[in-house]
Design a protein around this ligand. Structure first.
Ligand code: SF4
Length: 364
């Protein structure tokens, strides 16, 4: 376990469950475990703490999830091209701390690092969705948390991989900035689990991705899971438009392709830095010395601050061209961009969410 915890809070009703027992058994010595009646109270922001969001990251709360586990991707909206992704919320918040992370705004009131002990209930929801689905579905666990950050404690990945390995119409996506892959290497995913890494140049990693694995370590981990039978994909997102960015992102792709052949990569998603006014204020307050968070941006029609559209387009196009030079069938798509940008960068109309979702689930 690479991340330090101040304490673990366990909701009484989950105390004898498999997840709580695994976590407590694997905790490093000295981490106190407290039993609480209702995990929601333990997850709330602590009054009087200067950075309660950061404090929440160090406070794991094992509790029942009261809401559904499966939902449409929170990034989906009518104005954007969309990849038809379903998200499965098995945890909330993350022990790493990226300066641009939307969780700074999204879970500001409930920053405790929640892990849901009743996660096996998600399998019944998946079975119901499968029964009515007309296409293969890709489901990810990395929206409100990093998929693998605490997997050495929770071991949840093993149950997920096992469930998906027996269902040919579903693809599981773990999305991570870690190299926490040991549990994965011990299981045959039967081609049904994909691991995707968010990749950034060293400059972004050093400036804005506190606690994450270095980009070279992420690439090395991708190579290892590929050899173990997993599919892999990469998110270049958020692409930050600083001076010299084009060269840095191109060098990052050179480094990636030297280690992982493009022909073995399922997809790249590209997305520019985007911040609501609330997120931008939180990020600048928490990371006042990060030069990458104070670039020139404009308030876009979707209410988020973004780099100028022509600048974003140039960066996307340069990266797409670099990927195309590998002459592989790797799918490239844009995340949270409109149909016009999609067509200008990729030279094709944005596919429907159903079509792109099915293609990404199939991997071909
Ligand atoms: S790794 Fe992902 S979830 Fe964790 S802080 Fe960074 S952006 Fe947020």
């Amino acid at each position: 376990m690479k991340f330090e915890l101040d304490a673990v809070y366990v909701e009484a009703a989950t105390r004898t469950g498999a997840l709580a027992r695994r976590v407590i058994a694997a905790l490093p010595p000295g981490v106190p475990v407290h039993e609480v009646a209702d995990g929601r109270a333990a997850a709330r922001a602590l009054p009087g703490v200067a950075d309660s969001f950061a404090a929440g990251k160090r406070r794991m709360v094992i509790m029942r999830r009261r809401a559904r586990f499966l939902m449409g991707c929170p990034a989906a909206a009518n104005e954007f091209a969309c990849c038809g992704y379903l998200v499965m919320e098995l945890a909330s918040n993350c022990p790493m701390d990226c300066g641009y992370c939307f969780l700074q705004e999204f879970v500001a009131d409930n920053p405790g690092f929640q892990v849901y002990a009743n996660y096996p209930d998600a399998f019944a929801e998946l079975d119901r969705i499968r029964a009515s689905a007309e296409r293969p579905i890709r489901i990810g666990t990395g929206e409100l948390a990093d998929s693998l950050a605490c997997d050495s404690l929770t071991g949840i990945s093993r149950d997920l991989i096992d469930y998906f390995a027996r269902r040919d119409d579903l693809t599981l996506e773990f999305k991570t900035k870690t190299d926490e892959i040991e549990n994965l290497l011990a299981i045959d995913p039967r081609g049904r689990t994909l691991v995707s890494w968010t990749l950034s140049p060293d400059r972004v990693y050093r400036s804005s991705e506190l606690g994450t694995a270095a980009p070279a370590a992420r690439i090395a981990a991708a190579r290892r899971v590929l050899a173990a039978g997993y599919r892999v994909g990469f998110h270049l997102d958020p692409i930050i438009a600083y001076e010299g960015a084009a060269g840095d992102y191109a060098a990052l792709l050179d480094e990636l392709f030297a280690s992982v052949p493009a022909a073995r990569i399922d997809f790249f998603s590209l997305g520019g830095l985007r911040m609501t006014p609330g997120l931008r204020a939180a990020a600048r307050r928490r990371f006042p010395r990060d030069p990458l968070l104070v670039g020139e941006e404009v308030l876009a029609p979707d209410g988020r601050y973004r780099a100028f559209a022509p600048l974003r387009m140039r960066l996307y196009a340069a990266l797409n061209e670099r990927i195309a030079r590998e002459r592989s069938a790797t799918k490239v798509y844009l995340c949270m961009e409109g149909a016009g940008m999609y067509r200008r960068v990729l030279g094709e109309a944005a596919p429907t969410p159903a079509a792109l979702g099915a293609r990404l689930a199939r991997g071909s």
